[in-house]
Design a protein around this ligand. Structure first.
Ligand code: ADP
Length: 309
């Protein structure tokens, strides 16, 4: 048995000349995994390749120890999936749809119906389950998608942008549900999102993709603990004088394009910076610790993606 939920080696996916995944090497342990990246980073493509909905161009991939190219059917039995787009069947009532999905996974009708209702309860769907899915709000459709993805009690569930289109209340309800899948039910969650907030709320591991490349795969805790020991200071005037005074302390300092002064003072504590301001008769309008490593990397990934667009 493989200890990895997902394992890829040199995974490449091309659509014609476009390289959507560019040689991914991953070994992903069970947990709540955030698949984070700007739009177009390759998140959906990775999920579709892992589910063999798209063919891999080169390299290899395993899910739950099974070779994707050879054992796609076996894998799909053991995983759940919510695609980014709507996946309901027009004209069908919510509860019928989830029952039908459970039957497709091999459950006999009575068991399928019972399990479907349990999952609809789990996602907080009330009497709306007896309405046609076409009449559902986006929030209801997202919850229905989650119910169908877990109706067969999979070992891993792939959720592609499950908070898309939800209002803040709907988002936090959805994130709480997703969080409980791993924490309370031991189901590995692979949550694809372009929102740092989503992974911050739910995940313990992060896979950060940009332009089809793996930028980082690490624990959220480790990434958040890494700060570069820097701060951004907005001084009322005399920025260069302040930057110079900081350099005299041995702290690399630069004036950013927005006029803020970035000071690498090497610690969490902002008091030494306040000391320099005081000694030089300078006033700070604002002083903020630098973002943690994950925030910094994500901003860089967004800027790179924006530059490439
Ligand atoms: P993400 O999920 O991170 O937003 P995608 O995996 O959807 O990224 O897309 C990665 C890249 O592949 C994008 O440039 C996208 O336009 C392209 N792409 C995705 N699906 C297809 C497809 N079926 N045919 C051609 N290009 C595609």
């Amino acid at each position: 048995m493989s200890e990895w939920v997902v394992e890829t080696r040199g995974l490449v996916k091309r659509y014609g000349r476009l390289v959507a995944l560019n040689g991914l090497d991953l070994q992903v342990a069970p947990g709540a995994i955030g698949l984070l990246g700007p739009n177009g980073a390759g998140k959906s493509t990775l999920i579709k390749c892992l589910l063999r909905l798209h063919r891999i161009t080169a390299g290899s991939a395993r899910v739950l120890g099974a070779e994707v190219q050879k054992e796609g059917r076996n894998i799909r039995r053991r995983v759940g999936y919510t695609p980014e787009q709507d996946c309901h069947i027009p004209g069908m009532v919510g509860s019928e749809y989830v029952t039908y999905c459970a039957q497709l996974c091999g459950l006999p009708f009575e068991a399928a119906r019972q399990r479907a209702h349990e999952m609809l309860d789990f996602v907080g769907m009330g009497q709306e389950r007896y309405r046609r899915v076409d009449t559902y709000s986006t929030g209801m459709k997202q919850r229905l998608k989650l119910a169908q993805a877990i109706v067969h009690d999979p070992e891993v569930v792939f959720l592609d942008e499950p908070t898309n289109g939800l209002d803040p209340k709907g988002q936090s309800q959805m994130l709480r549900l997703i969080q409980s899948l791993w924490r309370e039910h031991g189901m590995t969650v692979i949550l694809s999102t372009h929102l740092l907030h989503d992974v911050d709320q739910v995940c313990d591991q992060i896979i950060l993709l940009a332009q089809g490349r793996l930028l980082v795969h690490d624990s959220l805790e480790h990434l958040k603990a890494q700060r570069r020991g820097a701060a951004e200071v907005v001084v009322s005037d005399r920025e260069e004088e302040f930057a110079q005074a900081c350099r005299q302390q041995g702290w690399p300092s630069e004036i950013l394009s927005n006029g803020h002064v970035r000071v690498e003072h090497g610690g969490e504590d902002l008091a030494p910076i306040l000391g320099v301001l005081r000694q030089n008769g300078l006033a700070a309008l604002e002083i903020a610790p630098s973002p943690n490593a994950l925030e910094e990397m994500y901003v860089q990934a967004l800027e790179t993606a924006h530059g490439a667009a």
